[in-house]
Design a protein around this ligand. Structure first.
Ligand SMILES: [Zn+2]
Ligand SMILES: [Zn+2]
Length: 340
């Protein structure tokens, strides 16, 4: 079988590796689609080669069962959660694998086959399109949806999204779907346009003046009710705190290191709250599926599809910030298209 290998300095190549085998409690999946994630870019840009890839969003068909697997059958269509729980602790019992002390991360999903824990598979119905399955089983929609649970509070009408990469755009889609007025901030015109398509009320190019000042102007001087930090940068994190109103909140999606915040100025004196939001809870899959069935335009997050053989081009376009969600397809290897 072939997989994508990170070969260092913004290159990937397809390499032939032995067919993967399932361990106890695991299954082998024939990949239908895999999606590129912003979190893979660190390894992509690194100067060193790795043995495989960090692909962790995929969907496909179960082709082999490991020992003890009873919850799945060969031929089942599944969407994979890259985070699997131990299956025995109180968090796992509640379907919260990301809180399990023994959670396990599965990668190497940019490949013709991949291994995944059976309990991290969402079985999907025959009519569910593969790209919807990969978005709601992976973090493409998972993170924005999980984030929306943090914002499920009264009085939140206006939400600013800082950083309009795939996760930021997912937040635009979900927050707009829930009827919020969404204001998007980024520096790339293509992404700003995409945010408008996905339901943003207005967008701001942060290169054209202070976004905080302009967000305050757009909210009658009051500030936004909530801000989502999806750029993973110190300056946008500070802008989130400066842009929210009294009593407003900040949700962190973008990973980053240390950040200097003032308990007095950023929190106490304005009753501001802040919270992190990581991946999604396994049990939230069914809620996302219901939203899709009820009309959430999940597929519009996908801007580009590439045949697996053109993975290098997919990574190039994705790393250059010229795509929303980019998907590798493992069927027909001749066609390639930008969706929009
Ligand atoms: Zn991801
Ligand atoms: Zn557990």
């Amino acid at each position: 079988m072939r997989i994508v290998r990170n070969t260092g300095k913004e290159t990937v190549s397809l390499v032939e590796v032995p067919d993967c085998r399932p361990g106890p409690g695991e299954v082998v999946v024939q990949t239908a689609v895999s999606a590129l994630c912003g979190s893979e870019l660190h390894a992509y840009r690194a100067g060193t080669e790795s043995s495989g890839n960090n692909g962790h969003e995929a969907a496909g068909t179960v082709i082999e069962l490991g020992a003890g697997v009873e919850s799945l059958r060969v031929g089942d269509r599944i969407g994979a959660s890259a985070i699997a729980g131990c299956g025995r602790c109180p968090y796992c019992a509640r379907g919260i694998f990301t809180w399990c002390d023994a959670w396990k991360y599965y990668a190497n999903m940019h490949g013709e086959r991949f291994v995944i824990a059976a309990n991290a598979c969402h079985r999907i119905e025959p009519d569910l399109p593969w790209d919807v399955a990969v978005l709601i089983a992976g973090d493409g929609l998972g993170v924005p949806y999980h984030t929306s649970k943090k914002l499920d509070r009264p009085g939140i009408r206006t939400v600013a999204v800082f950083g309009l990469g795939p996760i930021g755009l997912g937040n635009v889609l979900v927050q707009a779907h829930f009827g919020r007025r969404v204001l998007g901030v980024d520096v790339r015109p293509w992404r700003l346009d995409k945010a408008l398509e996905l339901g943003a009320d207005a967008v701001l190019d942060a290169r054209e003046g202070d976004p905080v000042e302009r967000l305050r102007e757009m909210t009658g001087g009051r500030g936004v009710d909530a801000a989502i930090e999806a750029a993973g940068r110190p300056e946008t994190a500070h802008q989130c705190f400066a842009a929210v109103c009294k009593g407003g909140g900040v949700v962190f999606n973008g990973e980053q290191g240390g950040l200097e915040l003032s308990p007095s100025d950023d929190f106490i004196r304005r009753d501001v709250w802040a919270v992190g939001s990581w991946f999604y809870h396994f049990h939230e899959f069914s809620e996302m599926l219901r939203l899709y069935r009820a009309g959430l335009r999940v597929q519009e997050l996908v801007s580009h599809r590439f045949p697996f053989a053109q993975a290098a081009a997919a990574f190039r376009e994705f790393a250059a910030g010229r795509t929303a969600k980019a998907i590798l397809e493992y069927g027909d290897e001749t066609a390639c298209c930008a969706v929009s």
